[in-house]
Design a protein around this ligand. Structure first.
Ligand SMILES: Nc1ncnc2c1ncn2[C@@H]1O[C@H](COP(=O)(O)OP(=O)(O)OP(=O)(O)O)[C@@H](O)[C@H]1O
Ligand SMILES: [Mg+2]
Length: 460
């Protein structure tokens, strides 16, 4: 698209010269000697750039600059000024002028200055668009749920996103921690910069270290080339440390140092590389307990947890289940040519009665499966996995009479959840004939999580 430039100067010759020079390189130029007309055009027309004289009989260029910036602060303004008024040109720069050209200027000076201003505007627009796009993909509209519990979380997320503080997202597996982390980034000042996720549980310590910090050439056998780490790649943006509770002790210290000093050193290197990152972490562990057991550094905990955002499990926001179910139905029925239009009522009852140990991810899997299986235009009870069809009544739980004396409610809950978790995992694994991948899919958790649970409950 052709770029449009408005030129305002009280000397018609000046206008003509500029129009000729800029017109020859493909810009469309509007010219006027009247400040009032220029201001009108700035309001009504699509203009990418304003060139204005600084000294004019009726109104000062500085005033024009201020008004032009008030109309559209992203549109650059270049001041044209006689040598004698350089000081006011500097003043104009302070007021937000992009550049000034001292008269007389050469053709090349004019072209270069205009080109740069236009390029800056293009980048600004591109950034704004990118930010919009990111908001579209990872914004709050994509976080489904109207329950009080979730709305309170989102309110906190909104505020936390605006700050540049490090954030710790807490919650059980599948509650949407990564979704929240991305929303924080997409709604922050850093939105147009990279969002770099790191799974702290996925790699052994030495590999994770060179992933995070990068390495220099020859740092270890096989390091044929130098490689920047993820912390470097996240510069100016957000580093997402997923499963931070799994970070090995050695790396905890190194991470802490890097965050405190705002610089890193690649493995095998001596150079200090400055980094400017915001850290969002996530964990489904109780880090306080891990600190107590000496498995997580307290100082690192306070460094990454300036604001903590606890995500409630799905069973504590039952009100969101129907909404989420419809949301996922819409998502997956598109793959099935929108063949499925809704749920039989008893399906929704069953979904609400279920405990969702795998939270939203499990619900998503259940709906995806049902969409694939459904014969009719409505999802029926038969399309749900068996364990959902006959939900265990919640009031089946018996409370030993002396329980209150022996443990707090929190402890009792933990023990109950633990038992349920253990029984669930054993059952699902049995049903899938010991196939971990398949069992994980059925449970709506990932393989890693299942392995962890097997380990935790001594199953295997
Ligand atoms: N409120 C929500 N609205 C829409 N989709 C959601 C919501 N919460 C979670 N999801 C979806 O559920 C899935 C699991 O979410 P996510 O990966 O963010 O969870 P997580 O807490 O990081 O899980 P894990 O601990 O297993 O890594 C994703 O596909 C995500 O898009
Ligand atoms: Mg996750």
């Amino acid at each position: 698209m052709q770029q449009r430039i408005l030129i305002l100067d009280d000397e018609p010759d000046m206008l003509e010269n500029c129009r000729r020079i800029l017109g020859a390189v493909g810009y469309e130029c509007l010219t006027t000697t009247e400040p009032e007309i220029a201001l009108k055009l700035l309001e009504t027309d699509h203009l990418d750039l304003l060139l204005t004289d600084l000294r004019m009989p009726t109104i000062s260029g500085l005033e024009i600059l201020k008004r032009a910036r008030a109309i559209d602060p992203s549109r650059p303004v270049i001041m044209l000024t006689a040598f004698a008024t350089i000081e006011s040109a500097v003043e104009a720069m302070k007021e937000g002028a992009f550049h000034y050209l001292a008269k007389p200027f050469t053709m090349d000076q004019l072209k270069l200055s205009v080109e740069r201003a236009i390029e800056q505007r293009r980048l600004a627009i591109e950034n704004a668009n990118l930010r919009e796009q990111l908001r579209g993909v990872y914004g709050f509209e994509n976080i489904v749920g109207r329950s009080m519990a979730l709305q309170q979380v989102l309110e906190l997320v909104r505020k936390a996103a605006r700050s540049d503080a490090n954030i710790l997202v807490l919650g059980e597996s599948g509650t949407g921690k990564e979704l929240i982390a991305r929303a924080i980034h997409a709604n922050s000042e850093r939105a147009a910069q990279p969002f770099v996720p790191v799974d702290c549980a996925s790699l052994p310590e030495n590999l994770l270290e060179s992933e995070l910090f990068g390495h220099e050439r020859g740092a270890f056998t096989g390091a044929m080339n130098a490689k920047p780490g993820l912390m470097e790649l996240a510069d100016k943006g957000t580093l997402f440390l997923d499963e931070i509770g799994e970070l090995p002790a050695g790396l905890q210290s190194k991470l802490l140092r890097a965050l405190q000093e705002r610089e890193i050193r690649r493995v095998g290197g001596t150079r200090q590389i400055p980094i400017d990152i915001r850290v969002v972490s996530a964990t489904n562990r109780d880090l306080k307990t891990q600190i107590g057991e000496g498995r997580f550094r307290e100082d690192l905990y306070y460094r990454v947890n300036v604001i903590d955002i606890p995500l409630p499990p799905l069973r504590e926001r039952k009100g969101d289940i129907t909404l989420l179910a419809h949301f996922f139905l819409k998502k997956f029925t598109q793959k099935a040519n929108n063949r499925i239009v809704g749920f039989e009522p008893e399906v929704l009852v069953a979904l609400e009665a279920y405990g969702w140990p795998g939270n939203v991810r499990e619900l998503q899997n259940v709906i995806e499966r049902a969409c694939a299986l459904a014969d009719d235009e409505r999802i029926a009870l038969a399309d749900l996995p068996e364990h959902l069809r006959a939900p265990v009544p919640v009031n089946d739980v018996t409370v030993p009479s002396d329980l209150g004396a022996r443990m707090t409610l929190k402890e009792a809950k933990e023990r109950w959840i633990n038992q349920l978790e253990s029984a669930y995992v054993a059952e699902v694994l049995k049903r899938e004939g010991g196939n971990v991948s398949q069992a994980a899919r059925k449970a709506g958790i990932d393989r890693k999580t299942l392995h962890r649970l097997l380990h935790k409950h001594n199953l295997r």
